[in-house]
Design a protein around this ligand. Structure first.
Ligand SMILES: *Cc1c(COP(=O)(O)O)cnc(C)c1O
Length: 376
């Protein structure tokens, strides 16, 4: 049996629906910012209990628009060092200075303590990233710290479609949240992004920014330095059809994760990231941390070559403060993130994964760890 690192699931019925709508869109001539974009926005907002949604053409665009809307230019913005480079690029493009912070070893996300350690007199905003789809259990403390210090909390929810913490959805914790529909994410539109917010002003700013800062779709008065951040109708229908699968994807992914949990908990020398009882992770990633000394590239190779199991990409392989492009923003060492980035692996989770595939992954992991321990 082979289990690939990822599988993008569009059923035959979903493909047929998208194809039929695509034909209709092309015939209509309404190719961008039309009825399907509005329908996708409404459905995505409803799925997350959010008052407003604005669709854009990437998760990176969603982040940059939010950061421009809350005016981070010239200010410091705290973000975790273990995130996708796009989080920090969006800060830079919005004119802010990224300040990389360490994370909690329990959630791989910012905590009040790690944010506090990174604050400067120029900090204006904090971008929290729900790593692997887990909304950190202690996010309330981060919200409280931001409120107390007058900082704007922004969610990079690129991993977290459908996730909840204490009954609250991803997208409801910050002033605004950015989601991504890149193909590897739990819901995809091919390329795309979405802003969720309860703040009418941010919604209005986002509408301006995504379409070249124009005061109206049909007018030619530019009142913001916007960009070509619109979502096309073909992407919108793809995302809309995929979004209808979210409940089914969440329950399949949770079933696989529960199978992994039971086996990992029985395994000496391996720990996993725990999802608190009652909370929902979409398991964008299933994070496992082998004991120190297990060489990740050997483990990866062993799983692939001997067992046909592809590990999913890490979150993240190298922290941003150690990436060449961010050298001038590097700051000091961030020991927890450095350690976890170097050691962890992500077991494959697909939205249509079978129990047999999950069992094969677990058997392969046990065998590979045993082999590496004997030879290492
Ligand atoms: C995917 C991702 C983004 C960027 O989304 P795109 O749609 O690829 O632009 C931003 N932040 C995080 C954490 C991501 O995983």
């Amino acid at each position: 049996m082979r289990v690939p690192a990822a599988r993008i699931v569009f059923s035959e019925g979903d493909r047929a629906q998208i194809t039929a709508a695509a034909t209709e869109i092309l015939a209509s001539g309404q190719l961008t910012l039309g009825a399907y974009t509005r329908e996708f926005e409404d459905a995505f907002a409803r799925a997350h209990g959010a008052p407003f949604a604005v669709a854009v053409n990437s998760g990176t665009a969603a982040l940059e628009i939010i950061l421009r809307s809350v005016a981070v230019a010239g200010a410091d913005v705290v973000l975790p060092t273990n995130t996708f480079a796009a989080t920090a690029f969006a800060v830079l493009r919005a004119g802010g200075r990224p300040v990389f912070a360490d994370v909690s070893p329990d959630t791989l996300a910012l905590s009040a303590a790690t944010v506090e350690a990174a604050l400067t007199k120029d900090t204006r905003a904090v971008v929290i990233v729900h790593i692997g789809g887990l909304i950190p259990e202690d996010i309330g403390e981060v919200e409280a710290l931001c409120a107390e210090r007058g900082l704007i909390l922004v969610e990079d929810a690129a991993h977290a479609h459908g996730s909840t913490r204490a009954g609250r959805h991803a997208g409801s914790f910050g002033a605004a949240a950015a989601f991504s529909f890149y193909p590897t994410k739990v819901i995809t539109s091919g390329e795309g992004g979405m802003i969720l917010t309860a703040d009418e002003r941010i919604r209005d700013e986002a509408l301006l920014y995504r379409d070249q800062g124009k005061a109206g779709f049909l007018g030619n008065v530019h009142i913001r330095e916007g960009y070509a951040w619109r979502m096309s109708e073909l992407h919108a229908i793809t995302g809309l059809v995929h979004l209808r699968r979210l409940p089914e994807f969440l329950s399949n992914r949770a079933r696989i994760a529960a199978r992994y949990d039971a086996a990992i908990d029985d395994h000496a020398g391996v720990r996993r990231i725990q999802v608190p009882l009652g909370d929902v992770s979409n398991y964008y990633k299933y994070v496992v941390i082998p004991r120190p000394g297990v060489d990740r590239s050997s483990l990866r190779k062993e799983l692939k070559e001997r067992h046909g199991v592809g590990l999913a990409g890490e979150v993240y392989e190298a922290p941003l403060h150690q990436q060449p492009v961010f050298e001038e923003h590097a700051g000091g060492t961030l020991p927890v993130a450095e350690d976890i980035c170097a050691r962890h692996i992500c077991l494959p989770v697909h939205s249509d994964m079978t129990d047999q595939e999950a069992d094969h992954v677990l058997a392969a992991l046990s065998a590979a760890l045993r082999t590496l321990t004997l030879t290492g």
